[in-house]
Design a protein around this ligand. Sequence first.
Ligand code: PGA
Length: 258
Amino acid sequence: MRPTIIAGNWKMNPSLTEASHLIKSLTQSHIPTTTQVIIIPPFTHLSMIHTQLQNSTISLGAQTLSQHKNGAYTGEISASILQEIGCQYVLIGHSERRQYHNENNTVLNQKVHQALNHQLTPIYCVGETLEERKSNQTLNIIKTQLTEGLAQVSAKKPPNTPIIIAYEPVWAIGTGQVASPEQAEEVHHYIREELKTLIGTENANHCPILYGGSVKPNNSESLFQQPNIDGGLIGGASLNSKDFSEIINSSISINQHQ
Ligand code: PGA
């Protein structure tokens, strides 16, 4: 049995006031007891939201972290700072970080190790661009991202390596062009098989693999019914409390296939 996870990646939204309202409505809405909800706000909102979530089952994550432990790295945030402020999870390798901040698999691997060293669960993101899909490179790209990004992970923390993978096809992020359940499942299944080699069969079978990219209330259930889809990483729809709550509640269908 794998954890069912719905994570809301707020990116560079919303304002502090809007964030507070969003959290308030989320904590008042119904959440299936079997679903772990994670909110991933901008750094500046973490402290306030951590306080707001005191009596809630919702967890907190950050959108990135430094590959360095500490020191003279102006503007960076370390794993230990995130842990201290109440984060349990951290996104690593989101395509916007890969694309706009030139984060390559080597740097991302350092970030994964920083997270694991400080008891933060990495949500490691992989995904192909439209050109790569069109030229049949999808599975090769995913394999490289996994192999390089997760290098030395199994050597460090076996067994029970706490890690989450998010498959986010770049062409589906923020475009309204969601992957079909079959397209997503093909890659999720492939990721699970690759993970068996990288972190061992037991860890791979327990590793949640989330789908992200234009997940909305009208498509979440059919995605979540796929055998290797264990939840979602939600961008735009996580900024609307009604939509996000509907997606969270559709995650009930995940438990039925596990
Ligand atoms: P989206 O973003 O749901 O707005 O497509 C997903 C993500 O980038 O994590």
